[in-house]
Ligand binder design. Structure first.
Ligand code: NAD
Length: 256
């Protein structure tokens, strides 16, 4: 028996990275998955491989959400889960961040989450689950990612409010807060077909050996397992919480 047998779950930003691993794991655990992304070719190919549905969904657009919910309902007749995973990162000092860059990050990371909850929750089956993807930087600061950190702090706040407002229907809402995870976001070499991605991963490990107590970068399948826990009955009494998955990075600093 799978942990998600019979459940229908929409996963945003699922064409690659953490969302892809979530889609693969959820499908393997018996879920009927809706792979949603703006990367149509990759998303279609993944959906075909794992027996899922693909929908084009820009999470910052209300119309796209309406169409995605309709497509999921038409295909499967119900929605039990949502993983708001889509996100973007921009590096800039706050003083150098143009307003349109700040707003673009907020539109995808923060507004995308809000629109997802608002579009999906009304028709979601009672007892459903929502997992929002915040970040380590949703709970602490990091220089040069001001727009991103602000948007991820907002995702933690949205998670808590949604948990309170939806608890009466048994809908649980939690957030995952990953530290550094080896996807294209942290390791752009993964987007360069000519790059040695394994060497890039070793480079990330060398960097994070100094910063992260467990001494390595995280893997997207590790985040997927946390999202699964929060989307199945194993977490039946947990709602409104941010879950840090960062190899101990947020625990503090070591002085010896
Ligand atoms: P990624 O860049 O590989 O994946 C992000 C996915 O989101 C891509 O498939 C992309 O096409 C999709 N996306 C971007 N904008 C979109 C939009 N407007 N609508 C729909 N889809 C959109 O990176 P990832 O690491 O897999 O990121 C997944 C989530 O994890 C993001 O929310 C990110 O902020 C968060 N996160 C990542 C890290 C990390 O170190 N990789 C750390 C903390 C949090």
């Amino acid at each position: 028996m799978g942990k998600l047998d019979g459940r229908v779950v929409i996963i945003t930003g699922a064409a690659r990275g953490q969302g892809e691993q979530e889609a693969r794991l959820f499908a393997a655990e018996g879920a009927r998955v809706v792979v949603a992304d703006v990367l149509d070719d990759q998303g279609e190919a993944l959906a075909k491989e794992i027996g899922a549905r693909y929908v084009h969904l820009d999470v910052g657009r209300e119309d796209d959400w309406r169409a995605a919910v309709t497509a999921a309902q038409d295909a499967y007749g119900r929605i039990d889960g949502l993983v708001n995973n889509a996100g973007i990162l921009r590096f800039n000092s706050l003083l150098d961040t143009p307003l349109d860059e700040f707003m673009r990050v907020v539109q995808v990371n923060q507004v995308g989450c809000f629109l997802g909850i608002r579009a999906v929750a009304p028709g979601m089956a009672d007892g459903g689950t929502i997992v929002n993807t915040a970040s380590y930087t949703g709970l602490t600061g990091m220089a040069a990612v001001g727009a991103y950190a602000a948007s991820k702090h907002a995702v933690v706040g949205l998670t808590r409010v949604a948990a309170l407002e939806l608890a009466g229907r048994g809908i649980r809402v939690n957030a995952v807060c990953p530290g550094a995870i080896d996807t294209a976001m942290s390791n752009p070499a993964r987007l360069d077909p000519s790059a040695d991605t394994e060497e890039a991963a070793r480079g990330l490990d060398r960097l994070y050996r100094k910063l992260v107590p467990l001494g390595r970068v995280g893997r997207p399948d590790e985040v997927a397992r946390l999202a699964l826990f929060l989307s199945c009955d194993d977490s039946s009494y947990i709602t409104g919480q941010p879950f840090v998955i960062d190899g101990g990075w947020l625990a503090g600093v070591s002085v010896i």
